[in-house]
Design a protein around this ligand. Structure first.
Ligand code: HEM
Ligand SMILES: *[C@@H]1O[C@H](CO)[C@@H](O)[C@H](O)[C@H]1NC(C)=O
Ligand SMILES: *[C@@H]1O[C@H](CO)[C@@H](O)[C@H](O)[C@H]1NC(C)=O
Ligand SMILES: *[C@@H]1O[C@H](CO)[C@@H](O)[C@H](O)[C@H]1NC(C)=O
Ligand SMILES: *[C@@H]1O[C@H](CO)[C@@H](O)[C@H](O)[C@H]1NC(C)=O
Length: 326
């Protein structure tokens, strides 16, 4: 008797999950079920144009998606402006220097014209990040689910508690990713994104000259790279100066990040530290040697990252403008 009741509930739960799915869950081709079937195609086309005009858009959007997902889940909280009462993630100190908000706003405006109140900002960011990966790497086309809703909360203090800084060691990185449901392997796999894009000299710190206040460069940093970073960053010009992260193939999303890392050319402590642990070193070495295998793992890990703590159904809203709540 008891078993039958339990079974009924299981079956009932299963049925409602299928029937309610159109409204309330993440799913593939989510917007094809709505009045706005061409969302993914429109975003793909717009991103192609943006990245053609300015390559930097691609890494910026991928990083923005990462910061969105690691703080309160992928809920578009990274896109919200501060208000008189609340300081938002955008304005967190130390300054996270995210860029590319204008790209998301322009995509949102276009989609609002075609089909108002339908496409969430969190989904726009997730799809735009997917396109950025496709445009900069040689990956097979991969599928990203839609249906994320936008959150209404964004707090500056939550950034430093959730986004790992470039000074993190391997054990702290493993813990940080584990707290988001991502494994050690996925942490190393995703670090390969530092195969494209740039960093401010600020984030590099003084690894190239005065590591840990020793007066010397970090001994685990390649000395030619240290010299080059010193020339680029210590020349007395503005603090907003940037350096390339993967000097082998700076504009291609490939496994050369790992090849450089094994030559002590990882830019951050958080990169170099992946060589100091037996398990992460094994991942780095295998990713350096097996481009295809890394690409498959990377795509899977990106998809998983894009599903961290998402809001679905009534848990969130579809913002009218990505920088303010409705
Ligand atoms: C493993 C932990 C990570 C740390 C410590 C880290 C840290 C950083 C730092 C400090 C920068 C430079 C920011 C600046 O300009 O000052 C950066 C850049 C970047 N990060 Fe990460 N990151 C990590 C993981 C990730 C992940 C998982 C992604 C996305 C999947 C990502 C995507 C990027 C991209 C694309 C850039 C270049 C941005 C640009 O060119 O504008 N990072 N990261
Ligand atoms: C959000 O802030 C940006 C930069 O300050 C500004 O350009 C934009 O208009 C703001 N969004 C809204 C809806 O006010
Ligand atoms: C990593 O950093 C944490 C926090 O600063 C520290 O407690 C830990 O001992 C460090 N681990 C290693 C292996 O250095
Ligand atoms: C940095 O310096 C402190 C104090 O000299 C030392 O205890 C620590 O181990 C050093 N950290 C690294 C990563 O070398
Ligand atoms: C953030 O950093 C950029 C580049 O260094 C700088 O131009 C900007 O003024 C900073 N913003 C804040 C709020 O500190």
């Amino acid at each position: 008797m008891k078993l039958t009741v339990i079974l009924c509930f299981v079956v009932l739960g299963f049925l409602t999950s299928i029937m309610g799915a159109t409204e309330d869950g993440l799913m593939y081709d989510y917007y094809k079920r709505t009045t706005c079937p061409h969302v993914e195609i429109i975003i793909a086309k717009m991103m192609r144009d943006f990245v053609r005009q300015d390559f930097r858009v691609a890494p910026r959007i991928i990083r923005m998606h990462f910061h969105d997902c690691f703080v309160r889940g992928c809920d578009g909280s990274v896109l919200l402006n501060s208000t008189a009462e609340n300081k938002a993630e955008k304005d967190a100190r130390p300054n996270t220097s995210l860029k590319g908000y204008d790209v998301i706003d322009r995509i949102k405006d276009t989609l609002e014209d075609i089909c108002p109140n339908t496409v969430s900002c969190a989904d726009i960011l997730a799809y735009a990040a997917r396109e950025s990966v496709q445009l900069t790497g040689k990956f097979p086309r991969y599928l990203v689910q839609g249906g994320r809703k936008d959150g209404r909360i964004s707090r500056d203090i939550e950034v430093s508690r959730n986004i790992p800084p470039s000074s993190f060691n391997v054990s702290s990185l493993i813990l940080n990713f584990a707290s988001k449901g991502l494994s050690l392997e996925e942490m190393v796999t995703l670090s390969g994104i530092h195969s494209i894009g740039v960093s401010s000299c600020f984030s590099v710190g003084k690894r190239y000259s005065n590591f840990n206040n020793t007066g010397n460069p970090d001994p685990t940093l390649d000395s030619d790279l240290a010299d080059s970073l010193r020339r680029q960053c210590d020349n007395g010009t503005t603090a907003s100066k940037t350096v390339i992260m993967d000097t082998i193939t700076p504009n291609v999303l490939d496994n050369k990040y790992y090849v450089g890392l094994l030559q002590n050319k990882g830019l951050f402590t958080s990169d170099a530290t992946l060589l100091t642990d037996r398990q992460t070193l094994r991942e780095v070495t295998s990713n350096a040697n097996q481009a295809r295998a890394w690409e498959m793992k990377f795509v899977d890990a990106m998809v998983k990252m894009g599903e961290i703590e998402v809001l679905i159904g009534e848990q969130g809203e579809v913002r009218k403008k990505c920088s303010i709540v409705n």
